[in-house]
Write a protein that binds this ligand. Structure first.
Ligand SMILES: C[S@@+](CC[C@H](N)C(=O)[O-])C[C@H]1O[C@@H](n2cnc3c(N)ncnc32)[C@H](O)[C@@H]1O
Length: 187
């Protein structure tokens, strides 16, 4: 039971532990480089303490982050006060249709139809959905998403307790992207 709920328990009961792990598992720079720049609006879903959100802030004028854990939201607020934070779930995003020119998520979801439908709904016509290290990247690639795989990257020097608590570190290095068709977003 505890094993099944391990990550949920970490996000909600020990958010600072997740924050430390994310700090020492940075997203591969080649993936960040591949994201579009100079946009008006971006949305990060399941934002955690802001590992991917921080990169969006450097590229987009208005960034909104969705995250259900109040502890992680508090860490995110302290780290990125310029981001609009909303407590919520990916299956029912509290965001207007077509609001986001770039909709992202890092290490939070796989090919869940309810989540994918919401990501498409909130993304502007011609906008991009970009998932860093989604579960089952092969599924996305087989369904026409563009896949970028960066070479393996060693985690930076970090305290030993992180490996003991979480296991070996493996910084995210997969990016799956798709464009929302103009007719598709109008439906
Ligand atoms: C592996 S963490 C990744 C956090 C952040 N994206 C990062 O890369 O550091 C997964 C995150 O997704 C959030 N999450 C889990 N289920 C969710 C759902 N159904 N809707 C929105 N967020 C969810 C968790 O609270 C957690 O912050």
């Amino acid at each position: 039971m505890v094993r099944a709920l391990f990550w949920t328990l970490v996000y909600h009961l020990a958010p600072e532990k997740w924050n430390e792990l994310a700090r020492f598992e940075p997203i591969h720079p080649a993936l960040v480089e591949a994201l579009p720049q100079s946009l008006d609006t971006a949305l990060d879903v399941g934002a955690g303490s802001g590992r991917l959100t921080a990169h969006l802030v450097a590229r987009c004028r208005h960034v909104t982050a969705i995250e259900p854990s109040t502890g992680l939201l508090a860490l995110l607020r302290r780290r990125l006060p310029q981001v609009a934070l909303v407590a919520g779930w990916a299956e029912a995003l509290p965001v207007k249709d077509h609001w986001s020119q770039l909709t992202t998520s890092c290490a939070s979801f796989g090919p869940d139809p309810a989540v994918l439908s919401e990501l498409r709904r909130v993304t502007a016509p011609g906008g991009m959905i970009a998932l860093v290290n989604p579960e089952d990247p092969d599924w996305f690639e087989a369904h026409g998403w563009q896949r970028t795989t960066a070479p393996p990257m060693a985690a930076p020097e970090h305290p030993r307790w992180i490996d003991e608590f979480f296991g070996p570190l493996d910084p995210p290095r997969e990016l799956l992207t798709t464009r929302v068709e103009r007719q598709e977003a109008r439906r």
